[in-house]
Design a protein around this ligand. Sequence first.
Ligand code: 25A
Ligand code: L14
Length: 341
Amino acid sequence: MSKEFVVAVCGATGAVGQEMLSVLEQRDFPYSKLVPMASARSAGKKVDCKGEEYTVIEMTEDAFEGVDIALFSAGGSTSEKFAPCAVKSGCVVVDNSSAWRMNDECPLVVPEVNPHDLDWHKGIIANPNCSTIQMMVALKPLHDEARIKRVVVSTYQAVSGTGQKAIEELENQVRRLMSGQPVVADVYPYQIAFNCLPHIDVFMDNGYTKEEMKMVNETVKIMGDPTIKVTATCVRVPVFYGHSESLNIETEEKLTAADVRTILAKAPGIIVEDYPEKKAYPMAINAAGEDATFVGRIREDETIENGINMWIVSDNIRKGAALNTIQIAETLIERDLVRVP
Ligand code: 25A
Ligand code: L14
């Protein structure tokens, strides 16, 4: 990669923004200049990348002049307001929020799955929901081989997805409970320490949560196949980093457990960790800080003809957010698509 770009990280002081700075450094992303932005209350804070210190500036409508690529993770309303301003300044936006994902003008991309969708971007590219991303990485190779008809997914989602305040809430509740003090719930509606909440994002009229419906709708858009049926139950668990998911998959063609292991062992972005005899299976504490999606507990579902059960785990802040965003930016560069058409 010879050309270098001016890159803005928008929401640089948040949990995902901080991880974006580490991923840019770890992958030696080719920027000529880095511009960290956040809200007015964080302007003036210092952040680090590639051994240099930067002062965070306030995100404003004209802050994007001269920026080539903006990586957004500052919440949906911020993206709705500022992404169009950035595009008007000639900047390509990769956005982490749910604001643009189902917009027909915006590709929704997992680079291992549908990099070709970047070809029709008009300035804003959406990064999928964290739970959807890891599921897509694991399902696409199986869909290509045997056509997936239906997926039943249950998630076990870490608090870091909600941001820095939620990480602190779990820490504080554990500390208080251990010293016999009453807990305070502020970010989540109930105590999350030593508990599970079947409630992520808001409830919708159909009784599902918005997080569950993101998994249903985003899957169809990313796979480009309206026939795949997904039904989801999303649960918050007292884990700091790493989302776990139990998947039950029904395919058109028969896949044995051995077939699934062989296919996934060759697939990009996946590590198969499935050795029951050694008690080896994916766990959030091992996936935290890693780039891969880990797959294990691969079994045939003996109640239907063509069914597979498996357990997948990935770092929600890395592959689920910061890493996938930066992989999208890298793919834009490779395909010479860093321009607003
Ligand atoms: O919490 P907010 O308001 O949504 O802000 C998140 C980031 O966006 C910036 C904000 O600036 C922060 O960088 N931001 C918000 N409004 C903005 C605006 N109008 C804006 N930028 C520009 N214009 P901030 O730094 O002023 O806000 C404070 C943020 O700092 C973090 N923080 C809080 N207490 C902290 C702390 N950091 C360190 N130590 C502490 N004690 C915290 O960021 C706080 O919000 P965060 O981690 O909570 O941000 C997570 C946001 O990103 C979304 N998100 C998370 N995962 C995903 C995701 N969105 C999409 N996909 C994901 N996978 C969360 O929903 C949350 O909005
Ligand atoms: O990407 O875990 O739509 O609270 C919104 C809720 C990310 C995670 C999204 C959470 C998310 C999030």
